[in-house]
Design a protein around this ligand. Structure first.
Ligand SMILES: [Fe+2]
Length: 380
């Protein structure tokens, strides 16, 4: 028996004004309850948290989330959750804030430390209600059952995968995405493309996710350059928000692969941005995977905008890899990890973590230790 599970939030609000719609809902549903709002300092400085803090919701603010959130941050946020007597959690931001909020949801009903929940479906009790407002396009953390928390002591990334951390309501309001710098837009956009592509070629892919993945690849490839060039263009922001959202729907059910498995240690050991690590690895890992999914990579080429009418499947699949490299160049992704200060010694320290990462199992073909080392070298 082969069971396919489609899992995503019960309610998804999208479009300009969807944050106001969430506030209206929560004001009615949580009257008299206190809540914890989890975000990062930049969102507060930009004034984006004001709408929530000045609403009728009784919120305590935790604003100390940093990129690649760690166990220290989770412990601090948990202390505030308990002290404030909160009954629900709002994660507001990119993957870092929403992943921290997911960790607090777990610890609101299950014993600490958060490291106990590393792996697949290790969470027993459903925690406090969780609402996720996404500000990047992006990680799709507002949609998924994943949270990645770095262990401050060991530098290992705990990849927590559980249906019990899927937010109750996800919100994608492009009006809070307008101020994102172009480099972050590019990196998070290629992260979303990686979600779409890895889920499309994953061993867990399904007819339904195939359809969604290709739509996501096409949507992101068409709108990302414009969102990078002109961050104030609400139209391309809205289209990117849609593309990353549906890529999240797809990978949450079909899984990921070695791009993410190899990117996670890079983020954990060197504190490098998740999207940049994925972007560097995506064409390299795809080149490795291509012979195992020739027909699918030929479809990826089309979705990326390549005219494949005069090509056979083999040629079109190769053209997909070229198109991924071209898109990286177009949106200004660094050419390799060396540009980010990574050394050969560093990448050798990532290999075991990459092979042990829960995402590795979704790759279309397993990789040996030697192959992982070889691909890391190519990515340097
Ligand atoms: Fe990702």
């Amino acid at each position: 028996m082969s069971v396919f599970k489609l899992a995503f939030p019960k309610i998804n609000l999208s479009g300009v004004g969807s944050i106001d719609a969430l506030i209206e809902r929560l004001t009615a549903e949580h009257a008299g309850d206190k809540g914890l709002l989890i975000c990062d300092p930049t969102l507060v400085e930009l004034g984006f948290a004001n709408k929530l803090m000045e609403s009728e919701l009784e919120l305590t603010l935790f604003k100390d989330v940093r990129p690649n959130p760690d166990t220290n941050t989770v412990n601090q946020a948990l202390a505030m959750y308990q002290k404030s007597d909160a009954r629900y959690i709002i994660g507001f931001g990119g993957g870092s804030s929403i992943d921290t909020a997911k960790a607090i949801r777990i610890l609101s009903a299950n014993p600490a430390p958060i490291a106990n929940y590393n792996g697949v479906e290790k969470v027993s009790k459903l925690g406090a209600p969780l609402y996720a407002i996404n500000t990047t396009a992006g990680t799709a953390a507002e949609v998924t059952s994943n949270a990645v928390i770095t262990d401050t002591a060991t530098h290992v990334k705990h990849v927590i995968i559980s249906d019990k951390i899927i937010p109750d309501i996800s919100v994608n309001d492009p009006s809070v995405m307008l101020g994102i710098p172009s480099a972050t837009t590019a990196a998070t956009g290629i992260d979303a493309l990686t979600h779409a592509l890895e889920s499309y070629v994953s061993v867990g892919a399904h007819k339904l996710t195939d359809y969604i993945s290709l739509e996501a690849i096409s949507t992101i490839a068409q709108s990302l350059p414009q969102a990078v060039d002109d961050g104030s263009d609400i139209n391309s922001r809205e289209i990117m928000a849609y593309g990353q959202f549906i890529a999240g729907l797809s990978f949450n059910s079909a899984g990921l692969g070695m791009v993410h498995a190899m990117a996670h240690p890079a983020g954990a050991h060197k504190d490098l941005p998740h999207g940049v690590c994925n972007a560097i690895l995506l064409p390299i890992v795809s080149e490795f995977n291509r012979p195992y999914r020739v027909e699918k990579f030929a479809q990826v080429a089309k979705a990326l905008g390549v005219d494949t009418s005069d090509m056979d499947s083999e040629q079109a699949s190769v053209a997909a890899i070229d198109a991924l490299n071209a898109l990286n160049r177009r949106v200004g992704i660094p050419r390799g990890f060396a540009e980010l200060g990574v050394s050969e010694e560093d990448i050798l320290a990532w290999v075991d973590d990459a092979l042990a990462d829960p995402c590795a199992g979704g790759n279309p073909a397993p990789m040996t230790r030697e192959q992982v080392i070889e691909l890391y070298h190519k990515a340097l």
